[in-house]
Design a protein around this ligand. Structure first.
Ligand SMILES: [Zn+2]
Length: 423
């Protein structure tokens, strides 16, 4: 497949006209200028089109796709009244249709890969993982949510039953995600263990996830850390022996380079230092943080401690499923903090924010051949149709602040043109 247009190879530079060829899922040729006449007419693109990498979402919840906008509740109450009922519904047969809706909406906005949570219902989780892997071109880091306390019986029953069966081996990897273990035929899908957060997991459950992580170093761990002030109070009461929140996960063996920790808003210096030591990833979800009034992520502290940061939608607490709007949220969070505190904070540029939702998120999710254009890279890209007047020094800012899926003319996912409505 021959694609022609302005190639966004480095978002910090003006994109020049060029062409690339995608074969068997990868970019096999890429050159500046017009395509050679011998190649025939391009399959996609045109002189005024922009060709850029597709996006990656480092934190989302597929079962919550229809729960966006249930406003007015703090985190713990929102979970009880909105989210837990929605997730229980998955176990009652809604899983496949809801997953289809979630994947369609992500793909519609140009997202070709995500790190996500399913529900705790193993059968529906397995069915959804199989469907995404076989019927869609999406990349995923995904797994069944694990929780065995602090939630309705329908959601914690499976993990409690597994606990009763111990020491039958590997209750964690026997979730649907086991089919995505290292050695699976395609690296497009990574297995992840998803203990929801410390308030919904006993020490035993978290320790088992830690054990599984040790046995399966390719496995990702996804959880939430230090999101809201109410949550912190409940954590202190439930884990009085722990010096801080992050230490609870560290003691259980959950922290490593493939551990994705959503939020990380209220961390102490000691906690940031611990995350750096374990090389774990803080996943910033700016839309969700404002929606639940959880707090404002401190990007400067993450950077000062050398902790890797990724960006996520966190649907449904995050109202926006489009990654360029999440990138905008990251910039706005720093601007708001700077106005409120008067501190000298460096505001990330649109180019930096764009790199987060492409190359840097892809790296964090283990897809180092994604999020960039180049020979040998995966064919995960977008062809955008933009006003000609946007092709100036502010191109990336214009994209982030004016984002609409209407800008996308074609999505090339897995090396093929993909139309979300076809799912
Ligand atoms: Zn979340």
């Amino acid at each position: 497949m021959l694609i022609f247009g302005r190639l966004l190879i480095d978002p910090g530079e003006a994109p020049e006209r060029g062409w690339l060829r995608v074969e068997n899922g990868r970019i096999v040729e890429m050159e500046a200028g017009d395509p050679p006449a011998s190649a025939g007419p391009p399959d996609l693109g045109g002189r005024d089109r922009l060709v850029c990498p597709a996006f990656f979402d480092a934190h989302t919840h597929l079962p919550q796709i229809d729960s966006v906008g249930c406003d007015g509740l703090p985190l713990l109450e929102w979970l009880d009244r909105v989210i837990f009922p929605a997730e229980a519904w998955w176990g009652d047969g809604a899983a496949r249709s809801m997953a289809r809706k979630a994947v369609r909406r992500m793909a519609m906005q140009g997202t070709c890969g995500f790190a996500g949570y399913l529900t705790s219902d193993a059968a529906s989780a397995r069915s959804v993982l199989d469907w995404i892997e076989t019927a869609t071109p999406m990349r995923m880091v995904a797994g069944r949510v694990q929780m065995d306390c602090g939630a309705p019986d329908a959601l914690i029953r499976e993990d409690r039953e597994r606990a009763a069966m111990r020491p039958i081996p590997s209750p964690i990897v026997s979730s649907g995600a086991s089919q995505l273990q290292e050695g699976a035929p395609s690296p497009r899908a990574w297995m992840s263990a998803n203990p929801r957060f410390a308030l919904a997991c006993t020490r035993e459950l978290m320790a088992e996830v830690g054990w599984a992580r040790e046995k399966h170093p390719g496995m990702f761990v996804q959880t939430h850390l230090s999101e809201s002030p109410d949550e912190l109070k409940a954590i202190a009461a439930m884990f009085p022996e722990s010096e801080h929140y992050t230490a609870i996960y560290d003691r259980a063996g959950l922290l490593g380079p493939r551990t994705l920790l959503a939020h990380c808003i209220h961390l102490s210096d000691a906690e940031w230092a611990l995350l750096r030591e374990r090389d774990s990833v803080a996943v910033h979800c700016p839309g969700a943080n404002v929606f639940l009034e959880a707090g404002l992520f401190q990007l400067d502290r993450a950077e000062a401690h050398g902790v890797r940061v990724a960006l996520g939608t966190d649907v449904a607490a995050g109202p926006d499923i489009a990654m360029p709007r999440v990138a905008r949220g990251m910039i706005e969070t720093v601007k708001v903090r700077r106005m409120l505190t008067g501190e000298t904070l460096r505001v990330p540029s649109p180019v930096e924010a764009w790199e987060m939702i492409t190359r840097r998120n892809a790296d964090v999710l283990g897809w180092h051949d994604c999020g960039r254009l180049g020979v040998g890279m995966a064919g995960e890209l977008l062809v955008l149709r933009l006003p000609e007047t946007w092709m100036d020094d502010h191109l990336i800012g214009r994209l982030i602040y004016n984002w609409s899926h209407d800008l996308i003319e074609h999505r090339v996912f897995g090396g093929r043109v993909f139309e979300p409505a076809s799912l």
